[in-house]
Design a protein around this ligand. Sequence first.
Ligand SMILES: [Cu+2]
Length: 141
Amino acid sequence: MRRVRPILLVWFLLASVLVAACASTGSPAASATRVEVKLSDALQIDLAVITLKAGSPVTFVVTNAGAIDHEFVIGDQQAQDDHENEMAAMPMTMDEPNAISVKAGTTKELTYTFKDPGTYLAGCHVAGHYLAGMKATITVQ
Ligand SMILES: [Cu+2]
C-alpha cells in the first residue's frame, strides 16, 4: 500500500542539485561575468564574448599565449589613444583599473565595470602592437 512516488523522488534530487549549485557561487567575485581572453604574438586579442552589459562587473581572464609580453587595456577610443601616448613617452607597463600587463605564458585577471553602453576597445600598447592592429571591439549594451 505504501509507495514512494518516483516522480517526487526525481524532483527532490533535482532540488538538491540546484541548491548545491547556488551555494557554491556565493561570493561577490564569483558573480562577475567571466570572459576568456587570449593574447597572441600574431598581435591578436581574442575575446570569448564581445557583447557585454553595462553596470555589472566583468572579469576578463587574460592569457598571454605568446612568447613576448602583452597588455590588455580596456577603454573607449580616447582612453586607448591616451594609453598609446603614455607608452610612447614612457614604455613601462603598469597595472591600472582598466589595464594589466600580462607576461608571456601567464594568465591574469582584470575585473572592470562598463558604466555606460557604447563601443569600447581592448588594446595592447607594447611598442608598435596597437598600430599593427592588436585591438578588439567590445559592444556594451
Ligand atoms: Cu601586444
